[in-house]
Design a protein around this ligand. Structure first.
Ligand code: HEC
Length: 130
């Protein structure tokens, strides 16, 4: 009986070792893939597009809202002045403009996700151009 258990143990250990031999690199590859995939969703819009959007807001939007976004022809777009307006309403203003005012629609140039990103950045304090 003791001998039998010993033999089974040996077999199990032997099998485990054999398997681990090829499993380890596969596992490493799998984990590497996972970490690569996990980084993707965080980057939307992509980094290059983000810097284009920052220039667009600073220059085009800034021509009316002020280069420091403190207001001009259009109102200030600072965290303090936007804090009582829901994000959805700000996003709609950016995408569709405001009829009867100078605020033009930007939906030809921006996706919904990009407009959402701009709103989230304006609410935090818009980043400066690099
Ligand atoms: C031609 C001038 C002009 C340009 C360019 C412009 N805006 Fe405006 N924007 C305005 C005006 C004027 C208003 C105020 C409209 C009103 O009276 O309701 C406004 C309003 C807004 C509001 C609403 C603010 C609030 O407190 O409700 C947001 C957000 C906004 N603009 C974002 C942008 C963004 C982002 C861009 C660039 C993608 C941009 N604007 C470009 C003129 C402009």
């Amino acid at each position: 009986m003791v001998k039998l258990i010993g033999e089974i143990r040996y077999k199990i250990r032997y099998k485990f070792k054999c398997k681990r031999g090829y499993k380890a690199p596969l596992m490493a590859l799998f984990l590497w893939n996972l970490s690569a995939a996990a980084e993707l969703p965080a980057e939307s819009p992509a980094a290059t597009r983000r810097s284009e959007l920052i220039s667009l807001v600073r220059q085009d939007c800034g021509s009316c809202h002020g280069l420091t976004l403190k207001g001009g022809l259009g109102p200030a777009l600072l965290p303090a002045t936007l804090k009582d307006t829901p994000a959805d309403s700000l996003k709609a203003t950016i995408l569709y403009g405001r009829n009867g005012t100078a605020m033009p629609p930007w939906q030809r140039f921006l996706t919904e996700a990009e407009a959402e990103w701009i709103v989230s950045q304006l609410q935090k304090g818009f980043p400066l151009e690099k």
